[in-house]
Design a binder for this molecule. Structure first.
Ligand SMILES: *[C@@H]1O[C@H](CO)[C@@H](O)[C@H](O)[C@H]1NC(C)=O
Ligand SMILES: *[C@@H]1O[C@H](CO)[C@@H](O)[C@H](O)[C@H]1NC(C)=O
Ligand SMILES: *[C@@H]1O[C@H](CO)[C@@H](O)[C@H](O)[C@H]1NC(C)=O
Ligand SMILES: *[C@@H]1O[C@H](CO)[C@@H](O)[C@H](O)[C@H]1NC(C)=O
Ligand SMILES: *[C@@H]1O[C@H](CO)[C@@H](O)[C@H](O)[C@H]1NC(C)=O
Ligand SMILES: *[C@@H]1O[C@H](CO)[C@@H](O)[C@H](O)[C@H]1NC(C)=O
Ligand SMILES: *[C@@H]1O[C@H](CO)[C@@H](O)[C@H](O)[C@H]1NC(C)=O
Ligand SMILES: *[C@@H]1O[C@H](CO)[C@@H](O)[C@H](O)[C@H]1NC(C)=O
Ligand SMILES: *[C@@H]1O[C@H](CO)[C@@H](O)[C@H](O)[C@H]1NC(C)=O
Ligand SMILES: *[C@@H]1O[C@H](CO)[C@@H](O)[C@H](O)[C@H]1NC(C)=O
Ligand SMILES: *[C@@H]1O[C@H](CO)[C@@H](O)[C@H](O)[C@H]1NC(C)=O
Ligand SMILES: *[C@@H]1O[C@H](CO)[C@@H](O)[C@H](O)[C@H]1NC(C)=O
Length: 723
């Protein structure tokens, strides 16, 4: 018995000693050795481990490298990503000097494939940098290294780009999915045409372009690492250095199509995302089309034409999808004979360096001269990294300018000088007056636009719109993507429906940034609704008042027409004043505030805004209450604008809601601001009495509420009718 115990202890001790010894020695592999599936190599400092792994319980196994001393297995390199071992076990060995993975039947399923080896006595070694290298004995130079064949991860010391000497391109290629290391759709590489810049592709489509940097070191925007862009005779590549050599970091092209930089946090024992790109919708490559600037605010994208440019599609016939392919074009046809100048646009990511030239010795003034002499030169900018006044060095763009965005805080901003005709330079005291264009949020095929102002102006009378504002007035409204709205409202689910109007349904939703919205979705069939929709978009976009509901944006995509408003948590006034429910009763103070608020909103519409607007459908249902019970007038589908000198208008089509329509409007179709005042009066009575005008019943007579009040001729008895 004692013997048995002793022997067990002895053997386990021996085994662990052997294990220790084995582990310590196994950082390399030579001709006479091989590594089976349950063995691994560990780098001398214990930072990385090489071995076989599988991503799930499947029988597919891969040879890979991962961080050794952290809890979460993080794979940074995969050898046989497209050819896993299946069913039977595999072996890593050196064969004729090359690293080879053999399957059970001895066939090579992967090999390092280095040619012209002078001898077969090579050694493979896993280094503390995470690099697996193949070399002759103790030689310093590598015959092959895993850093030359990246998977989806770049570690410090790795270079992504071009090795001119070896004629080799190194790029990151994403996994197919979280559990599938095989070749995914995304790649990140250095585009060496023009000045080298990093680009991320999905298939062969550019998805993201890194900020161009012209010095050899990027601006320092991270405290954790120093990114580098090197253009030399040996190669052009992108890499990074760690500020603190003891940190673990990785730069990953995620299968989700994001470039991510992670750092290992000892405090949380987890990876922390330092940044990811593309991070917002303006990061997406050239989504605004040529010659436009992308501006992102509150997770909404807007596109603006560069100074001197106008939207292409304003003249085009394809009004459905004008903005994606369109972009902007010269405002007035540009010939090199007229007088011209340059206009600066500050704080932007410089355009793609497609047709681009650089001169590092010119001063900014010389650059301007040079660019103005060449008719095809559309812009120039300083390329100097220094903030020095006499900075020299600049770049010139020829042809269309692509992928410009308003820079976010993360980046050094640049000023670019855009070629414009002389008339663009004059009378420009109000800073840059950018013509508006629009945004396209996601899909290439989807058409979205919202430039109703110019559209309806061109279309002439057709629409129920009459804008007397200055022609110059720019109209700018964020455009929402239909998919995004659908997601925000749970696919327009019934549980999100909060209202129903003549034109369609209203849904509650939540944007990715957490903002609550109300979405008014036009029913597809209503032709009349479309005009009213346009009317509403145009009107509300111009109106800003605390007692008017705020329009956040719109969406026109295919047959989908939607308006996106701020969400009013307390719903409509109706539900409060006519509710019979316990506890929904409004205090007098509240009622008073609501009346004053509605009056203010109405006064703004009639008198204080730059347009005179008749709402034509003021009623309890169209007054919404925010979380502090402040009233906001909504629903401008029926509204009309008047010229300043116009007093009334006559119409054959009476719109509005019975009970609120003034007698002269109902009888003769005459409406003016007085019609709204009449409706307001009805509303005030309803608020005070808590009864609907039309549903009012009294045992003594058949009048409605107004009739009843008139009959009584005094307001002393109002308490009697309170709810
Ligand atoms: C291979 O490695 C083993 C153990 O590390 C060593 O004993 C042997 O001499 C090496 N063989 C060659 C050819 O280098
Ligand atoms: C993998 O195996 C574990 C335990 O062996 C099990 O809990 C898990 O559900 C399996 N996962 C899959 C995807 O089969
Ligand atoms: C080994 O690989 C070869 C070629 O891919 C294949 O034909 C063979 O079936 C594999 N053998 C085993 C045991 O997996
Ligand atoms: C290998 O050697 C052959 C002949 O010496 C040469 O033509 C070939 O370019 C070499 N290959 C490499 C990858 O160096
Ligand atoms: C991109 O790939 C698609 C499909 O693979 C192909 O049809 C198209 O021609 C390619 N475009 C370019 C510019 O290579
Ligand atoms: C990059 O380096 C190569 C080789 O030194 C040089 O020919 C090329 O002009 C450089 N490109 C730029 C944009 O400086
Ligand atoms: C890829 O990105 C997702 C979402 O950001 C993240 O959960 C996942 O961990 C990333 N993949 C890797 C390998 O880090
Ligand atoms: C994305 O951009 C926002 C705004 O610039 C920034 O606050 C945030 O940190 C960024 N997120 C990542 C993961 O880079
Ligand atoms: C060029 O354009 C300017 C103004 O844009 C115009 O005055 C001039 O006549 C044009 N010249 C030619 C040759 O078209
Ligand atoms: C840069 O500009 C200077 C001054 O105009 C000129 O002498 C030089 O040749 C230019 N260099 C290149 C590469 O064009
Ligand atoms: C203008 O610049 C382009 C691009 O460098 C060049 O091809 C063209 O010859 C230049 N034209 C003139 C008139 O200098
Ligand atoms: C919304 O619809 C899409 C596609 O029809 C579906 O994939 C998704 O799961 C739906 N989401 C919800 C919350 O119902």
């Amino acid at each position: 018995m004692t013997f048995l115990v002793c022997s067990t202890i002895f053997w386990s001790l021996l085994a662990s000693l052997l294990m220790l010894d084995f582990c310590a020695s196994m950082d390399s592999l030579n001709q006479s050795q091989s590594m089976s599936e349950d063995e691994t190599l560990i780098s001398p400092g214990g930072k990385f481990q090489l071995g076989f792994f599988s991503t799930d319980n499947s029988s597919k196994r891969y040879l890979g490298i991962w961080f050794y001393d952290i809890r979460i297995r993080t794979i940074i390199w995969v050898a046989n990503r497209n050819k896993p071992l299946e069913s039977s076990p595999g072996l890593l060995k050196i064969e004729h000097g090359n690293l080879v993975i053999q399957n059970h039947s001895g066939q090579a399923i992967w090999a390092s494939n280095t040619q012209n080896l002078s001898s077969s006595s090579t050694t493979a070694k896993l280094l503390d940098s995470g690099n697996l290298v193949l070399k002759y004995g103790n030689s310093e130079s590598y015959l092959w290294q895993s850093f030359d064949h990246p998977t989806d991860t770049m570690l410090t010391g790795m270079k992504v780009g071009w090795d001119f000497k070896a004629g080799m391109e190194k790029q990151l290629m994403s996994w197919k999915s979280a559990l599938d290391p095989s070749l995914g759709q995304f790649s990140f590489k250095l585009d060496p045409s023009g000045f080298p810049q990093g680009k991320m592709f999905e298939g062969n489509i550019t998805r993201y372009r890194s900020f161009p940097h012209f010095g050899s070191v990027h601006a320092a925007f991270s405290s954790a690492y120093i990114p580098k862009l090197v253009n030399g005779s040996e190669g052009a590549y992108f890499s990074y250095d760690l500020r603190d050599k003891n940190t673990l970091q990785r730069y990953l092209l995620n299968y989700t199509g994001k470039l991510q930089h992670y750092i290992w946090m000892i405090q949380t024992l987890d990876w922390m995302l330092l940044y990811e790109l593309p991070n917002d919708s303006c990061d997406e490559y050239a989504k605004c089309g040529p010659n436009a600037v992308c501006v992102e605010a509150k997770s909404l994208r807007t596109c603006k034409c560069l100074p001197g440019y106008v939207s292409k599609s304003a003249e085009g016939s394809d009004t459905l999808n004008p903005w994606y392919s369109g972009g902007c074009t010269w405002k007035s046809s540009f010939n090199c004979s007229g007088p011209e100048g340059f206009k600066g646009v500050k704080g932007v990511k410089l355009p793609d360096l497609l047709l681009f030239e650089m001169n590092t010795t010119m001063t900014l003034k010389e650059c301007e001269n040079f660019c103005s002499r060449n008719c095809t030169c559309t812009a120039y900018a300083s390329t100097s990294e220094s903030t020095d006044k006499d900075k020299t060095g600049c770049g010139f763009w020829f042809g269309d300018l692509l992928d410009i965005r308003e820079a976010n805080d993360n980046y050094r901003t640049n000023e670019i000088f855009i070629r414009v005709i002389a008339s663009e330079l004059e009378g420009d005291s109000k800073r840059t007056k950018w013509v508006v264009a629009v945004a396209v949020v996601l899909s290439v095929s989807s058409a979205m636009f919202c430039l109703w102002a110019s559209w309806t102006r061109r279309k002439g009378q057709g629409a129920n719109v009459d804008v007397h504002a200055e022609e110059e007035e720019n109209f700018e409204l964020p455009v929402f993507n239909a998919v995004m709205i659908s997601q925000a409202t749970n696919n327009f689910s019934c549980s999100n429906q909060i209202g129903k109007g003549g034109f369609g349904h209203v849904y509650k939703g939540e944007l990715p940034n957490g903002q609550e919205i109300a979405v008014k979705r036009l029913s597809e069939t209503s032709k009349q609704g479309l005009n009213e929709f346009k009317n509403e978009v145009m009107l509300i976009a111009k109106l800003q008042h605390r007692n008017l509901v705020k329009l956040l944006g719109c969406c026109i995509e295919g047959r989908e027409r939607m308006l996106v408003y701020e969400y009013m948590p307390n719903g409509s006034l109706d539900s409060f004043i006519f509710s019979t429910m316990e506890g929904s009763c409004l205090a007098w103070r509240r009622r008073f505030n609501i009346i004053v608020g509605v009056a203010r909103g109405l006064l703004y519409l009639h008198r204080d805004s730059r347009l005179t607007i008749i709402h034509r459908d003021l009623k309890g249902g169209n007054v919404l209450l925010d979380n502090k019970m402040n009233p906001k007038i909504s629903d401008f589908g029926m509204a009309r604008t008047f010229r300043e000198d116009q007093l009334l208008e006559k119409t054959k089509r009476i719109v509005g809601t019975f009970g609120y329509i003034s007698p002269e409007y109902a009888a003769d179709g005459i409406f003016s601001i007085k019609s709204d005042v009449f409706s307001f009066g009805v509303l005030v009575l309803e608020i005070v009495c808590g009864k609907r005008n039309r549903e009012f019943h009294h045992p003594d007579h058949h009048f409605n509420l107004i009739g009843h009040i008139c009959r009584r001729g005094n307001y002393g008895s109002r308490g009697k009718h309170m709810s």
